[in-house]
Each structure stands twice: as C-alpha cells, then as structure tokens.
Design a protein. Sequence first.
Length: 40
Amino acid sequence: MGQRGFWDEEKRIHRLQQKKPTLATLSEAIPWEAFRPLLE
C-alpha cells in the first residue's frame, strides 16, 4: 500500500458522506426512552 493521493481522499470522503450518520443509526436501534426511569 503506497501513499494516498488527493483523489483517493476525495473518494473516501464521498463514501463516508453517503453513509447514514452513526447517531441516527443508533437511535433507530436503541429505545433511549426505556433508560429514562433509570436516569431520573
């Protein structure tokens, strides 16, 4: 594996932008409201 070029970095950023944000994915999978009684 050699040194990354400018276009490689641009492609990597583009692929990351196409993915759903991590927090949005977690919010769909975890019922956060179920933890509220434990925290209050």
